[in-house]
Ligand binder design. Sequence first.
Ligand code: FES
Length: 97
Amino acid sequence: MNPQKSAGARRAFDVTFDGRTVEALPGRTIAAVLWAAGVTSWRTTRNEGRPRGVFCGIGVCFDCLVTVNGRPNQRACLLPARPGDDIRTQEGTGHED
Ligand code: FES
């Protein structure tokens, strides 16, 4: 049993990452949730498709852009995870171009 689920005060909830269910704790950012699940890359660069994840961790570099609930270009290091969030790897700009 997960002690954080049974503690009651801060109940874990589920989000999905590329269709896979991932457990999240309240107050954690999308980046923290993905890191806790062992995911370190959730974006590819526009021209060369290189993997990206967190670099600065404070909302400055934009390396951590991700698509959340169909909205591309969300900074994973700043955006708190919410129950049911549909988080997707972002390729390039995240738009059809
Ligand atoms: S890691 Fe730099 S903006 Fe998110």
